[in-house]
Design a protein. Structure first.
Length: 318
């Protein structure tokens, strides 16, 4: 959920959205339209190649998709992570909070998927959540194609993407066994959750003058906003089935309230979900993997250690 550096941060979003048009020679995924950028070697797949439910057009912004970053051959650990960039539900910071993060995971043996989800006034909630749920089901249904373990799929989000990731993880289900679409038959529960300076109280009004979902999208009616407060606040949906979670934020973040992350942490602890929480003393919102800050550059090292502690590096995929 970032209101600054948008032009720079969205540079890769443009490539994600419309520049990946050459055909891929990779095996066809279940239910996927696919393309690849020959210069960057980034493959992109549409989540609903026949048209996403509720789509209001055919431009890239109307087409939810995943851009796939695979580890080098022979380096895969069998894990996967879906990454939801932030952008205040107005745009996607798909370089700082997408491409850079995907590369970080790929170097460590994960197959990373950067999610392009629908947003803005054109696609109000629950549309972004439906895209996130589909992304997890899609990756799990295609685990064999991507040579990943279907039980080692994580979801990571930054800022607004952190809110989306937390909503996805706390509202997941086992899938619909009788669904006509095979992808809808599998679970959308992530196996781990990583939140970077998440906007967890996006739907809740506040007295501190911080932005909210309804303030950045003023066309939403007051009645709808009131309903969103409970329906789409992740802390209200935490259960013992919520996956193990890692949270990073800064205590003086002026854009999102650290208190919402503290409340989410406490809710996880109350139901005995394993959780690790790091609140750095100082740092601006939208720091990505640290952005060169001497202190904040350390948080990915903490994440690396946590992932190892979860056993996600332990068994290379065969």
């Amino acid at each position: 959920m970032r209101m600054v550096r948008v032009a720079t941060a969205l540079m890769f979003a443009g490539m994600m959205a419309g520049g990946l048009m050459a055909q891929s020679a990779a095996p066809a995924e279940q239910g996927a339209g696919q393309a690849v950028d020959p210069g960057l070697n980034i493959r992109t797949v549409e989540l609903w190649p026949g048209g996403a439910p509720g789509a209001q057009g055919t431009t890239p912004k109307d087409v939810p998709a995943l851009s796939i970053f695979a580890p080098h051959k022979g380096r895969s650990n069998g894990g996967a992570v879906i990454i939801a960039p932030g952008g205040a539900y107005l745009g996607l910071a798909a370089d700082l909070e997408g491409r850079e993060v995907a590369d970080w995971y790929a170097v460590r043996g994960f197959t990373a998927f950067v999610l392009r989800y629908r947003l803005g006034a054109k696609y109000l909630y629950p549309i972004p959540l439906q895209d996130a749920q589909r992304a997890v089901r899609f990756v799990r249904a295609n685990a064999q194609t991507y040579q990943i373990d279907p039980n080692r799929i994580g979801f990571m989000g930054f800022s607004a993407g952190g809110h989306l990731a937390a909503m996805e993880a706390t509202t997941s289900d086992a899938g619909a066994a009788n669904a006509s679409d095979a992808i809808d038959r599998v679970s959308d529960r992530p196996d781990f959750l990583v939140l970077g300076y998440p906007w967890l109280n996006a739907m809740e009004p506040n007295a501190e003058g911080k932005i909210t979902y309804c303030s950045v999208l003023p066309s939403i009616s007051p009645d709808a906003c009131k309903g969103f407060e409970t329906r789409y606040s992740p802390v209200e949906h935490v259960t013992s089935n919520t996956p193990p979670t890692f949270i990073y934020i800064t205590s003086d973040d002026k854009t999102v309230d650290v208190g919402a992350s503290v409340a989410f942490y406490q809710a996880l602890r109350a139901v005995h979900v394993p959780v690790e929480f790091h609140s750095f003393a100082h740092g601006s919102h939208g720091s990505g993997l640290g952005s060169g800050d001497p202190a904040l550059d350390l948080w990915p090292t903490l994440l690396d250690a946590w992932l190892r502690g979860q056993g996600l590096f332990a068994t290379p995929h065969r």
